[in-house]
Design a protein around this ligand. Structure first.
Ligand SMILES: Cc1cc2nc3c(=O)[nH]c(=O)nc-3n(C[C@H](O)[C@H](O)[C@H](O)COP(=O)(O)OP(=O)(O)OC[C@H]3O[C@@H](n4cnc5c(N)ncnc54)[C@H](O)[C@@H]3O)c2cc1C
Length: 323
């Protein structure tokens, strides 16, 4: 099994959603502070530099720490977030780093079909809703969450509360690290990142070099083909690791959801693909506005990531041998 960095257990508290960050016990009282809504509300004093340093210190310490991660998840849509939840709650010892290109995480799961609010989820994926405590109406073969945003915001808050998960949003993966491994095989060994605003401006500015994160397993869940979507699937083609994109096929709910879940796998050494990106990679049908496939694929991706981690020896984030 991969050696993992130990996280500080004193910072965790056991909750019904697994281990979560303890609220800070540091608390200073200020006499002139008042929560008074009759015109006398007074905040504790602050210096502008304190605000800057509070953010900079934490953000850059996190970047420094996560330059080597155990798992990087690319894309915080429904598949990527479900994967992160399952991985982080199953293995609180793993450093899981999510890279999301957009400012707002959540991908396409803030609404159901045709911009309507209800979200349909086919059984048995309703079990995941029970696990994260999202209420729904049971319609027999499927369930309906009253607003897709209730699912996405709940899942997002559960994931971000996990002490072993870091999310860097407004940050794009603009390439994959691809090494020749110990057996002479091409292996995805991490991701190349940049601020999304920088990534979008490579044509207008020159020489804006990226950053890297090294890890033994990348889970790519970047969604449909688009300006950013299907990123890793397309990169596998241009890197010569995949002959061509399968391209997403026409809508067939009954064929597509099990196909995405059951085929979620390590598509190249070190790279697991989940969610709708897999439909572009494999040439599978789309399913339209039913989201159980994204949940099942995220959980399967977490299982696959654990399988890979259990099959290799890792030193400083690099796979050095198989077990
Ligand atoms: C043309 C089209 C057709 C659709 N058809 C279907 C359908 O048939 N079935 C269906 O369920 N849904 C469909 N949707 C809606 C939606 O894409 C999915 O419902 C669902 O949100 C997919 O989940 P996902 O987690 O795979 O990807 P998404 O929800 O799309 O999440 C992907 C995330 O990855 C991020 N990302 C992408 N590239 C990068 C990168 N390089 N670096 C970092 N982050 C990145 C994105 O910002 C996004 O947040 C469709 C959407 C479009 C645009």
């Amino acid at each position: 099994m991969a050696p993992v960095q130990t996280l500080d257990n004193n910072k965790f508290v056991e909750t019904r959603f697994g281990k979560q960050l303890k609220p800070s016990s540091k608390s200073t009282t200020y006499d002139d502070v008042a929560e008074n809504y009759d015109g006398q509300y007074r905040f504790a004093p602050i210096q502008e530099a304190q605000v800057s340093r509070a953010m900079i210190k934490r953000y850059f310490e996190t970047m420094y720490d996560r330059a080597i991660s155990d798992v990087v998840i690319v894309g915080a849509g429904s598949a990527g977030l479900t994967c992160a939840y399952h991985l982080a709650s199953t293995r609180p010892d793993l450093k899981i780093t999510i890279i999301e290109a957009n400012v707002a995480p959540g991908g396409g799961a803030w609404l159901g079909g045709q911009l309507m609010t209800p979200m349909v989820i086919r059984k048995p994926a309703d079990r995941f809703l029970q696990e994260i405590c999202v209420p729904y109406e049971d319609e027999g073969a499927y369930v309906v969450v009253k607003h897709a945003a209730l699912f996405t915001s709940t899942l997002l808050s559960r994931v971000l509360a996990m002490p072993n998960v870091v999310m860097m949003n407004a940050t794009a993966v603009e390439d994959l690290i691809i090494h020749e491994d110990h057996a002479g095989q091409q292996r995805v060994a991490g991701v190349v990142t940049n601020w999304t605003l920088v990534a979008l401006n490579h044509d207008t500015q020159s020489c804006m070099d990226p950053n890297t994160i090294t890890c033994p397993v990348v889970v790519s869940a970047t969604g449909h083909d688009g300006p950013m979507g299907a990123f890793s699937a397309k990169r596998l083609v241009s890197a010569g690791l995949l002959k061509e994109l399968g391209n997403m096929r026409g809508l067939d709910m009954n064929r597509s959801e099990p196909a995405i879940v059951n085929n979620t796998r390590e598509v190249a050494p070190g790279l697991i693909m989940a969610g709708m990106e897999l439909s572009e990679h494999d040439g599978k049908n789309r399913m339209g506005p039913t989201f159980g496939g994204m949940i099942g694929s995220g959980i399967k991706a977490a299982h696959e990531a654990l399988r890979v981690l259990d099959s290799v020896n890792v030193v400083e984030g690099k796979v050095v041998s198989t077990i």
